[in-house]
Ligand binder design. Structure first.
Ligand code: NAD
Length: 441
């Protein structure tokens, strides 16, 4: 089988590499020449656990290749995945220009039947647009080649993308063509050897499923953040509350963690896009409006705690930050709460010394302010007036606290992910505050 994946970001590269690993011949296309040149040289433009090895292995076997021109690789491809970005427009709607540009490029170059699969997260109705753009480009060149479209939204989690792709909870396929359905069923067979995981549905429902899933997850986070903030007023502990509610199977214990707000390339933009779709149809999504508002406020919670502990005066204070990426095991800084927090710190006159195991390169690109990037967590806290833990990387879980305390100017720890034991830290002489944890000393 031969497949093409257009877009070599987190979704496209993982899709291409994992499909190649099952024996499929995959050509990955991107307009970003820098990325393609890196990949040709077996260097990865992004970090994902285990991805580099799979990419290298399949390149060596000749099953995975990279290029910038779709037309060059189309020959014999049965499936073309569109996995390009769908960034938010100013009004919050999903910008489809990349997706539709790819559709046009397919229509301009297609020679034989293929299934065109939209993997990017796109609003309901986009697959119909993709079909129309392909057909229009074919018309222009006076050709009529048969093709089908399908929606196959991606549910992988950054940081665990390879594992999620290889062993998915479910594979959603939306298409009205039996031929397309059969091609995709065959392609996905190796990923469901011990359990049938494909859920077939119509195209609109598949497109909607992706947004509904992300909206539900974002709602869980904002709900827990809201509860955590209330816990602080009533002297309850959100960690205990979380255990108490998570034991109910109707609620479940996963994804119930309060923190410094959700970020990343998906939740913020997908919640916005769904709100926009609702507005377009005259149906206000009030719950999601609240989810978004709570999240914006939550990004300020740790900063407000810092102001409280440092008497509203951050001028000249040195603040250490552990973790910049929007979550662990990724270098992705898109919409990371760290960006908002660092901006607030700098504006208030504080100096920032940050350490992240993977995201420093991305942070340098996204943060214009003068941040000092430390080589490790201890260098970051050297001389600091406070430590803010923003991303729960595994290596931050059990630091040498005695060493941290010796290095810090003031022993103040603000734990944005509730990964530390308040009693332990307080017994070591730290002032500790988490999110929704008890404020005792
Ligand atoms: P990304 O920004 O990491 O990668 C997108 C890639 O598409 C870029 O390399 C870009 O150069 C390329 N591109 C843009 N226009 C192109 C064109 N015309 N031709 C060829 N390449 C082009 O994006 P991503 O994080 O991989 O996300 C891609 C899509 O998948 C988005 O719709 C996103 O919402 C969705 N998604 C993302 C995740 C995630 O965790 N990142 C998970 C599920 C779904």
């Amino acid at each position: 089988m031969k497949a093409i994946v257009v877009g070599t970001g987190y979704v496209g590269l993982v899709t291409g590499a994992c499909l190649a690993d099952t024996g499929v011949h995959v050509s990955c296309i991107d307009i970003d020449e820098r990325k393609i040149n890196m990949l040709k040289g077996e260097r990865l433009p992004i970090y994902e656990t285990g991805l580099e090895e799979i990419v290298r292995r399949n390149m060596k076997k000749g099953r995975l290749e990279f290029g910038t021109s779709l037309a060059e690789f189309l020959q014999g491809a049965e499936v073309i995945f569109i996995a390009v970005g769908t960034p938010p427009d100013e009004d919050g709607s999903a910008n489809l220009r990349h997706v539709l540009a790819v559709a046009t490029a397919i229509g301009e170059a297609l020679q034989d039947y293929a299934v065109v699969v939209t993997k990017s997260t796109v609003p309901v109705g986009t697959s119909a647009k993709v079909k129309a753009f392909i057909a229009a480009a074919m018309d222009k060149r006076g050709r009529k080649i048969s093709f089908d479209v399908a929606s196959n939204p991606e549910f992988l989690k950054e940081g665990a993308a390879v594992q999620d792709f290889l062993s998915p909870d479910r594979i959603v396929i939306g298409t009205d063509s039996m031929r397309a359905r059969n091609v995709l069923d065959q392609l996905y067979k190796p990923f469901q050897l011990n359990r049938y995981r494909i859920i077939h549905m119509d195209i609109a429902s598949a497109e909607m499923t992706k947004y509904a899933a992300n909206a539900m997850l974002a709602a869980r986070i904002s709900f827990m953040n809201d509860m955590a903030n209330l816990c602080e007023f009533v002297d309850a502990d959100i960690n205990q509350v979380r255990n108490g509610i998570g034991a109910d199977p109707r609620i479940g214990s996963k994804f119930l963690y309060p923190g410094v707000g959700y970020g990343g390339s998906c939740f913020p933009k997908d919640v916005k896009a769904l709100i926009h779709t609702g507005k377009y149809y005259g149906h206000r999504l009030r719950l999601l409006e609240a989810v978004e508002a709570i999240n914006e406020d939550q990004k300020q919670v740790l900063f407000k705690k810092l102001l409280y502990f440092l008497d509203n005066d951050l001028e000249g204070k040195q603040i250490a930050i552990w973790g910049l990426a929007f979550k662990p095991n990724t270098d992705d800084m898109r919409e990371a709460p760290a960006l908002t927090i660092i901006e607030a710190l700098i504006k208030a006159g504080a100096g920032v010394r940050a350490y992240d195991p993977m995201a420093t390169g991305e942070a340098r690109k996204q943060i214009a302010a003068d941040v000092i990037y430390a080589q490790n967590e201890y260098e970051a806290v050297d001389g600091a007036d406070a430590l803010m833990l923003l991303t729960e990387w595994p290596e931050f879980r059990l630091p040498d606290w005695k060493r941290v305390k010796r290095l810090m100017q003031l022993p103040l720890v603000l734990d944005g992910r509730n990964i530390y034991n308040p009693q332990q830290l307080r017994s070591l002489g730290f002032v500790y505050h988490g999110i929704g944890t008890k404020n005792g000393t």
